[in-house]
Every structure is written in structure tokens, then in C-alpha cells.
Design a protein around this ligand. Structure first.
Ligand code: NAP
Ligand code: G4F
Length: 368
């Protein structure tokens, strides 16, 4: 019987890491992950996998034979990176671990570079030094394009506007350099913004959908935002992880843009979210300089023709569907936590059911 392929994911506890782990397990991989030690839980998104493959549930299966297994490690700690590579012997490495918040990178520029650039170098150099016969995927970002005019593709110049962008450009170049100099199968996925109900709560889309749910259950009165005019090409994380995998299945290492080809402003996202429950967003929006950045990326719109043609990757989930998916998930979560769920549901789908309750609460809000 053919040996199972082993995939190692840094940042497995993040939004993308959790979807990628689920996707690869379905493809029959053994999935290994690096988890960074934290004083409070940072594995919530992969809890179902941890529980499913928990040692106590599978006492006869050794950790290293289990389909899913994660270990503590840190991208800032070269010895932990090396130990995990020695232990797991991966066929494919997905480097998703990062300080991924652009605004935070202005406050913590050096640690952002240490994790996002040096962390990538630590893995690449270990692959070189240990002569690992593996494929390497780097989570590059549309933030690298900065002020370059949209639409952006693989030939668009990088003009980063943040320490995060600077680190990602340097890591992108490191990937190319290790590919050219040492023949390592190392590829960049240049992913445009992608969201989901698992998105971190301080990114703008989730801040809006969670904020709306809080307003509806009476836990908040408004949402405070910074730059409303920034345009983003928002896709669905659950689909983008397949793009990552396809990039590593290609016959040669290369760089690919992954995007939907649609762009919308932050204001559009706010308007669409509130309109879904019949509210006018303007009555709930507070604008504040607090959330404005020293420099921002004005407009992102990805041209993923290359990925479509060469990899056959085609996104199905676009702006309206993502907004709805995230709102339904946040409404469901809030209603369940506050006990605000009528018992009679019948055969209604989640979308209709939770949006229906959302609209009822919104109409009460309009009257009060
Ligand atoms: P995310 O939810 O913030 O996940 C990042 C993960 O990296 C978390 O599990 C985090 O662990 C881990 N991490 C942070 N510092 C680390 C360190 N020093 N050592 C090891 N792990 C560390 O981000 P995401 O949205 O899934 O994005 C995944 C990757 O794609 C990131 O590299 C991001 O920069 C890049 N990217 C994202 C997008 C997007 O729109 N989502 C677009 C382009 C590129 P903790 O939970 O402990 O913090
Ligand atoms: O949701 P954001 O924080 O995402 P941003 O900065 O585009 O970065 C995300 O996408 C990148 C890909 O291009 C990834 F590489 C990166 O890891 C991350 O996933 O902000 C989107 C826009 C920005 O223009 C920001 O200024 O929304 C604007 N915004 C307005 N008010 C806000 C807020 N952003 C946040 N986070 N919070 C606000 O209150």
C-alpha cells in the first residue's frame, strides 16, 4: 500500500490553517501542525480535529501514525522549526504562520519581520541544510502590491505600505531565491483577502458581522471603523486553501495570484451586512481615526487568470455570499449564547432561520 503523504502546516490554528487541515485530511494526507504556545486557547478552530484524533480516543494509534497531530513550535525559534521537520519528514510544507494583522505591524514592526520574514527563512534554510525532498508553499499576500494600480497580477510591481507588506515582499523574494539558487520546490501563493466565519475578530469584515450581531442582541450600539473607502477583493478562505494545494501539485514551482476578480469598499461591506437584516448602516457607524493606519493600501483587485488557466482553480463564493455566510454564523453564535432562539424551527435552513430572527430583532430596534 502506498505511504500516505505528510503535510506540515505552520499556523494550523489560524483561519486558513484550520480549513487547509480539513481539506488535506479529506485528500488522505497525514496532517501535522505547528502550534505556538499561548496562555489562553488558540486551537479553537481545530478543536473538532483535535477531539476526533485525540490520543485517548485512539489509544492504539501512535501520534506519528495518526492522521492529525500537532506539536508546539514557534517560527521565531529555529531549533523548534528544525525539530519539527526532523520529526515529521513532510512531503509538503504550508507556511501559513504569521503576524497577520497589518495595523498591528505598524506597532510591532520588528517582531512582524522576525516571524513573517525570518520565520520563512528559518524553514527554507532548514530544508536546504537538511536536504529535505519536500515542496514548500509560502503564504504571500496582495498587501505586497500596496499602491500599485489594480487589477494586480503576477507581473504587477510590489509597493508595500506597511511593515507587514515589507516582510511579505522579502519573504516572497526569499522563496524565489531558494528556488533558483538551490533548486528547492518553493512556490508563492499571492492571496487576496479571504474571509470566513473563522476570520479573526479584529479584521474589518468579522468586526462588522460580529458587531452587527451584538447590536441586534442589545450588547452594543454601533461599530467604530477607520478607512471606509479602501477597496478589497474578498474571497472565501474555505476555497482559497484548495488554491494553495493546487499550487503545490503543479509540475514545477511557480507563483500564482489567487483572487475573485471583484472589488468592494469597506463601506459596501458595512452597507450589505446591515441591509441583509433591513437596517441602514449609517445609523450604526461611528468613524474614528483610531482605526486609520499611517499608510493604507487603497485598492486591491486580483487578476487570477494564471491560476484559472494553469491550475484550474475557480472561485465560486463571492462578496454577497461571503457577507451572508459570516452574518448567519455570527447571528447563530450570538443567539445561541444569549438564549435568544425560538424553539419552533421546522425545516428552515440556517440562512433563512437566523436571518429571519435577525430581521425581527432589527424591526424592534427600529421602533425603539
Ligand atoms: P491567522 O488566522 O492570523 O493565522 C495565523 C496563524 O499563525 C495563527 O495560528 C498564529 O498563531 C500563527 N502564528 C503567529 N505567530 C507565530 C509564530 N511566531 N510561530 C508560529 N505560528 C505563529 O491568519 P490567516 O488569515 O489564516 O492567514 C494565513 C496566512 O496567510 C498568514 O501568513 C497571512 O499573513 C497570509 N495571508 C492571509 C490573507 C487573508 O486574507 N486571510 C491574505 C493573504 C495572505 P496564534 O493563534 O497563536 O496567534
Ligand atoms: O480587514 P483588514 O484588517 O485587512 P487587510 O489590512 O487588507 O489585511 C488582510 O488582507 C491581507 C491581504 O491583502 C493579508 F495579507 C493580511 O494578513 C490580512 O488578512 O482591513 C481591510 C481594510 C483596510 O483598508 C483597513 O484600513 O479595512 C480598513 N478598516 C477600516 N476600519 C479597518 C477598520 N480594518 C480593521 N482591521 N479594523 C477597522 O476598524
Amino acid at each position: 500500500m502506498a505511504e500516505k503523504r505528510v503535510a506540515f502546516i505552520t499556523g494550523i490554528g489560524g483561519q486558513d490553517g484550520s480549513y487547509l487541515a480539513e481539506f488535506l485530511l479529506k485528500q488522505g494526507y497525514q496532517v501535522r501542525g505547528m502550534i505556538r504556545r499561548a496562555s489562553s486557547p488558540n486551537t479553537e478552530r481545530i478543536l473538532p480535529l483535535i477531539e476526533q484524533y485525540w490520543e485517548s480516543k485512539n489509544p492504539d494509534v501512535k501520534s506519528l501514525d495518526s492522521p492529525f497531530f500537532s506539536q508546539y513550535g514557534d517560527l521565531t525559534d529555529a531549533s523548534s522549526v528544525r525539530s519539527l521537520l526532523e520529526e515529521f519528514h513532510p512531503d509538503e510544507i504550508y507556511n501559513l504562520g504569521a503576524q497577520s494583522h497589518v495595523a498591528v505591524s505598524f506597532q510591532n514592526p520588528l517582531s512582524t519581520l522576525d516571524i513573517n520574514l525570518m520565520g520563512t527563512m528559518r524553514i527554507l534554510d532548514a530544508i536546504r541544510d537538511m536536504k529535505l525532498p519536500c515542496r514548500f508553499y509560502q503564504a504571500s499576500s496582495s498587501e505586497m502590491f500596496g499602491t500599485s494600480q489594480p487589477p494586480q497580477n503576477e507581473n504587477t510591481p510590489f509597493r508595500p505600505q506597511s511593515p507587514y507588506g515589507v516582510a511579505k515582499v522579502a519573504a516572497f523574494n526569499a522563496v524565489r531565491m531558494y528556488r533558483d539558487a538551490y533548486g528547492i520546490f518553493a512556490s508563492n501563493g499571492i492571496l487576496f483577502n479571504h474571509e470566513s466565519p473563522r476570520r479573526g475578530i479584529n479584521f474589518v469584515t468579522r468586526k462588522i458581522t460580529m458587531g452587527l450581531a451584538k447590536i441586534l442582541v442589545g450588547k452594543d450600539r454601533n461599530i467604530v471603523l477607520g478607512n471606509l473607502d479602501a477597496k478589497r477583493d474578498w474571497g472565501f478562505s474555505g476555497e482559497y486553501v484548495e488554491g494553495m494545494w493546487r499550487i503545490l501539485q503543479h509540475e514545477k514551482p511557480d507563483d500564482f495570484v489567487i483572487a475573485t476578480g471583484e472589488t468592494h469598499t469597506v463601506r459596501d461591506f458595512m452597507r450589505e451586512s446591515f441591509a441583509l437584516v433591513g437596517l441602514n448602516y449609517e445609523n450604526f457607524l461611528v468613524s474614528s481615526d483610531r482605526y486609520k493606519r499611517p499608510a493604507d493600501v487603497p485598492a486591491l483587485l486580483g487578476d487570477s487568470t494564471k491560476a484559472r488557466k494553469i491550475l484550474g482553480w475557480n472561485p465560486q463564493v463571492k462578496f454577497k455570499e461571503i457577507t451572508k455566510m459570516m452574518i448567519v454564523a455570527d447571528l447563530k453564535d450570538k443567539f445561541e449564547k444569549t438564549g435568544n432562539v425560538p424553539i419552533e424551527r421546522g425545516v428552515m435552513r440556517d440562512d433563512d432561520y437566523y436571518l429571519g430572527i435577525g430581521r425581527d430583532l432589527a424591526s424592534k430596534l427600529r421602533k425603539s
